[in-house]
Write a protein that binds this ligand. Structure first.
Ligand SMILES: NC(=O)C1=CN([C@@H]2O[C@H](COP(=O)(O)OP(=O)(O)OC[C@H]3O[C@@H](n4cnc5c(N)ncnc54)[C@H](OP(=O)(O)O)[C@@H]3O)[C@@H](O)[C@H]2O)C=CC1
Ligand SMILES: CC(=O)[C@@H](O)[C@H](O)COP(=O)(O)O
Ligand SMILES: [Mn+2]
Length: 381
């Protein structure tokens, strides 16, 4: 039996993780969760899964829940509660599916507490990849990717030598606006942006996918997870999201991982690795039915956020922290109806341009740069 702490239990990945746990009652037990504001869903999770520790975002919700469940459950809230859920003493694995760089500290604490990390929260690695990876190495803790592309690469690397890899090929659906010109992007609406062609996901990542920042974050995530320079990480437009990513080896063989777009597959794999369990679905991949798969070269002029991410990743230091923080604030502003779609990339560019680069930042510096960038980008809204 594997005991699981789940951060972001009420979100898109969180709910799908609960489904994986529900379908494998003899293998997984949920012992701790964190949620944000969705207390209605928290109550349902408590009723069905009976976790022992629950953290919510706000103190008022915490106070209310403590009265509702006086004995069975221990509650926490805020940043401290998130941390407590991450390191809950009974858990073996932390599945981190919270959104944003708020996921960084719980990840670091869980690594220090020797929990295996199943990582969906890509902002953690973008913001402070060098720290996360070195602390994981020091503590001999595996970080198993949940993100579909990274899970695919992880699977393609099994039994192979990392030194034989020529390049990683990350596939990109192109997002909601893949067929729009720059001119057409000027007047797009929030509703259009939230309409991803292949995946049903949380709102922030759906906007990231439309700006192509999601792919940028994933390039940086891949750099840290697989220890490859940016020159060996390519992005390929593949509109069907059937090939989740590929690895090209020195002998020119390319190994790919394919499947119907369903995040429960990489979630389950991260929880069962190195084993594979049965996965019940009526929607298995039928290539004959699909007939054709399409591939296009990436247009960096059209998708400027991807270019920003490669540049920030290559220069390193505090630039990826700035990239991530600026993006989080700008996307939030777009989701709140306060800025236009193209203003997202303008704000990120401004934040990157004005930032004075700091090499090899420690955790304190990262926190400071993150907060300072958020303040600056908020002042632009
Ligand atoms: N969705 C997907 O298919 C994929 C997602 N990812 C990555 O996984 C992560 C989660 O994405 P997704 O599930 O889509 O996101 P969602 O927005 O759907 O869910 C986010 C979760 O985090 C909680 N939350 C938000 N802010 C806070 C906070 N300040 N403190 C505590 N909890 C908070 C939310 O709580 P509540 O709702 O209760 O307010 C919710 O449980 C992201 O890093 C994303 O990039 C990666 C690959 C695929
Ligand atoms: C499901 C998943 O992993 C997302 O990150 C997905 O990849 C988004 O799709 P695109 O960013 O390729 O549009
Ligand atoms: Mn992805």
């Amino acid at each position: 039996m594997k005991y699981i702490s789940l951060l972001g239990a009420t979100g898109s990945i969180g709910i799908q993780t609960l489904d994986v746990i529900r379908n494998n009652p003899n293998h997984f037990k949920l012992v701790a969760i964190s949620a944000g504001k969705n207390i209605g869903l928290v109550r349902k999770i408590l009723h069905e899964f009976k976790p022992e520790f629950v953290s919510v975002q706000y103190k008022e919700d915490y106070e209310r829940l403590k009265i509702e469940y006086p004995q069975e459950i221990t509650f926490g809230y805020g940043a401290e509660g998130l941390m407590e859920a991450a390191v809950y003493h009974k858990s073996d694995v932390l599945l981190n599916a919270v959104i944003g760089s708020v996921g960084l500290f719980p990840t670091l604490q869980a690594i220090k507490a020797k929990k295996t990390i199943a990582l969906a929260n890509k902002e953690t690695l973008v913001t402070a990849g060098h720290l996360v990876m070195s602390i994981a190495k020091e503590n001999n803790v595996p970080i198993i990717p949940v993100d579909s592309e990274h899970s695919a690469i992880y699977q393609c690397l099994q039994g192979e030598k990392l030194s034989s890899v020529r390049r990683l090929i990350i596939t990109a659906s192109g997002g909601s606006f893949r067929d729009y010109s720059r001119e057409e992007l000027q007047n797009v609406t929030l509703e259009q942006a939230l309409n991803h062609p292949n995946w049903s996901m949380g709102s922030k990542i759906t906007i990231d996918s439309a700006t192509m920042m999601n792919k940028g974050l994933e390039v940086i995530e891949a750099h840290w997870l697989f220890d490859k320079p940016y020159e060996k990480i390519d992005v390929l437009l593949h509109r069907e999201s059937i090939i989740h990513s590929m690895v090209e080896y020195d002998d020119s063989s390319i190994i790919a991982q394919l499947g119907t777009p369903d995040m429960r597959v990489p979630i389950q794999y991260a929880l069962t690795y190195p084993e594979r369990y049965h996965f019940q679905t009526d929607n298995r991949l039928d290539l004959a039915k699909i007939g054709q798969l399409h591939f296009e070269e990436m247009d960096f002029k059209r998708f400027r956020c991807l270019e920003f991410a490669y540049e920030a990743g290559k220069r390193g230091g505090t630039l990826p922290t700035v990239l991530n923080a600026a993006n989080e604030v700008a996307v939030h502003a777009f989701l709140s109806g306060n800025i236009s779609f193209l203003a997202i990339e303008d704000m990120i560019e401004k934040a990157l341009t004005r930032h004075t680069y700091i090499k090899n930042p420690d955790l304190y510096t990262i926190q400071e740069v993150d907060a300072e960038t958020r303040g600056y980008v908020n002042s632009l809204v």
